[in-house]
Write a protein that binds this ligand. Structure first.
Ligand SMILES: [Zn+2]
Length: 403
């Protein structure tokens, strides 16, 4: 048995305090020897790995790629997490995008946040129609009309209109479930399975366009931002990403509501982004894939999770090889979020993860791992699975005629 004081010394807590105050040290002890633990600010801790292992550089993907999850445009106006304008901000010029795409063997990028109405039309003209086969744009719900009494019909018709404009799918941000409220930005949260969206889901099924849906976040975002939180630094840098407390639903409640939508709309295809929004628990994602034949997933911004459980992840890729899509969440000039910044380095990391058996490497182009302090291991997928994940599964969702 150890007493509390011995335990605190063991943890380095009391020793640190002693160095600062000098009051707990026995008389005549003087300055503590160099070997004493000293406090170190976490932000200053940038350890260099001493491990000598093989490092591959994968400059180009082995097969052509469709990046199913990118954000080339975003809404110009949003409030409380709810996008409220059709107007688009264009984050990257076609020239800078195409240059990287050609270097990295990216055949096409899916721009999920295309908005609606005029902004959508402008986006499709600027990217999809100007460079046919290189860009595909999705539409989004028009939440600014949420209060209109006939919103369910209005929204269903808006999706049909977007489809006629050239949209190739519908994107649902986590706005639904975590931000949209009865009075848009105030009142009760609207649930993911709110029946007022039923006509919208059905319309996607009738038009045979996929729904790319994001309904939750890493589990750590639903727990206190404290020293036990494995994503402490990330949440500390972005306190607004925490969904702990207030009236936020739990991760489980969000996923259950989402599952009720899948069950109610079996003819609609849902691609659940970020590994089904539960990359920490692939057994759970697998169970849901087994339950819902209309569900697929992408891997965007979650190779940090997949790559820290490489054996489980590899089995997941093998079992669900027809239902996993390549995606990155890439955002041009998104330097504040290194795990999704659109550049050569980001794609090389994804390719290295999928194509090699390299060990213990960074999952994002950043000095400090931005989504938790760990490194990842490659899953070394065989060629037939690579072809499906890189291209074929997305091509099927987008109904491309593959040459
Ligand atoms: Zn995204």
């Amino acid at each position: 048995m150890i007493n509390r004081r011995q335990w605190l010394y063991g943890m380095g807590i009391l020793a640190g305090a002693a160095v600062r105050s000098g009051s707990v040290l026995p008389p005549g002890a003087g300055d503590p020897p160099e070997t004493h633990p000293r406090p170190l600010d976490l932000s200053e801790f940038v350890p260099t790995s001493m491990l000598e292992v093989h490092e591959s550089r994968v400059e180009r993907a082995k097969f052509p790629v469709i990046d199913f999850h990118t954000h080339i445009t975003t809404s110009r106006k949003s409030e409380g997490g709810v996008a409220l304008a059709s107007d688009r901000k264009f984050l990257g010029t076609t020239q800078e995008l195409l240059t990287v795409m050609d270097r990295k063997n990216i055949r096409a990028m899916v721009n999920l946040t295309g908005g609606y109405d005029q902004g959508l039309g402008e986006t499709i003209a600027k990217y999809d129609r100007a460079f046919v086969g290189r860009f595909y744009t999705f539409t989004e719900p028009c939440y600014e009309r949420w209060k209109e009494p006939n919103y369910p019909q209005v929204q269903a018709q808006a999706v049909e209109q977007a489809y006629r404009q050239g949209a190739r799918g519908l994107k649902i941000l986590k706005t639904l479930g975590l931000y949209l409220r009865e009075n848009i930005t105030s009142g009760e949260l609207v649930t993911v399975d709110d029946p007022r969206f039923d006509p919208m889901w059905d319309t996607c099924g009738q038009l045979n366009i996929p729904v790319a849906i994001h309904v939750s976040d890493p589990l750590a975002f639903f727990t206190p931002t404290d020293r036990f939180n494995e994503r402490y630094e990330e949440l500390n840098n972005h306190p607004d990403w925490s969904f702990y407390g207030r009236d936020f639903p739990s991760n489980a409640a969000l996923l259950e509501a989402r599952n009720r939508v899948f069950a109610r709309h079996p003819k609609t295809q849902f691609v659940v982004l970020h590994v089904g929004n539960f990359a920490e628990n692939l057994a759970n994602v697998g169970e849901n894939l087994d339950r819902f034949p209309n569900m697929s997933v992408d891997i965007a911004a979650r190779i940090g999770e997949l790559g820290r459980q490489p054996r489980t992840a590899r089995r997941f890729f093998e079992k669900y090889q027809d239902r996993i899509l390549f995606g990155t969440d890439a955002t041009p000039h998104g330097d504040a979020f290194p795990q999704q910044v659109f550049n050569d380095q980001l794609y090389e990391i994804y390719y290295r993860f999928l194509e090699t058996d390299d060990e213990y490497f960074d999952y994002a182009p950043a000095k400090i791992p931005p989504q938790g302090r760990w490194r990842i291991y490659g899953v070394n997928l065989p060629e037939p699975i690579l072809r499906k994940v890189y291209f074929e599964n997305a091509a099927r969702q987008l109904r491309l005629t593959v040459s």
